[in-house]
Design a protein. Structure first.
Length: 141
């Protein structure tokens, strides 16, 4: 009897599969662009930032201010001197807030306009200030 039941069950499952294929077509893997949407960042606490801003009196998110000529010159002077291993603090905009990230420089990529600090990738366009705390080991020329 168990064989008859399993045979009937298999036949029923195959019919269901065939009906789904006729209705929806064959399943194909999604393109990488579509799969990437699954891993996009999201706000798990929807409305939380707005609630915090409302209770602290900041109903509007901060807008990024334009840098002065002196601030731009200071950044342009510091960025080329940064090397892997330097300890720095970077003030930058992230999610409409000005935040400071401190840590070790991982890499500076001027061609792609970003640097990494303790694993965080920071685009040059978001940076407002860089303070160097200490220099890492330098390569000998």
């Amino acid at each position: 009897m168990p064989r008859a039941t399993s045979s009937i069950e298999r036949t029923r499952l195959i019919k269901q599969i065939m009906q789904r294929i006729q209705k929806n077509g064959y399943w194909h893997a999604k393109p990488a662009v579509e799969r990437a949407k699954l891993f996009a960042p999201y706000d798990s606490l929807v409305g939380f930032r707005q609630l915090i801003n409302a209770t602290t009196g900041n109903s509007q998110p901060r807008q990024r201010r334009a840098l002065s000529d002196e601030e731009i010159e200071a950044l342009n002077a510091v960025v080329p001197t940064l090397q892997k291993g330097d300890r720095i603090s970077v003030t930058h905009f992230a999610q409409n807030e000005e935040v400071t990230t401190s840590g070790i420089v991982g890499e500076v990529v001027p061609e792609l306009s970003y640097l990494t600090v303790s694993g965080a990738r920071l685009p040059f366009s978001a940076i407002t200030r860089i303070e160097t705390a200490s220099r890492g080991p330098r390569e000998r020329a």
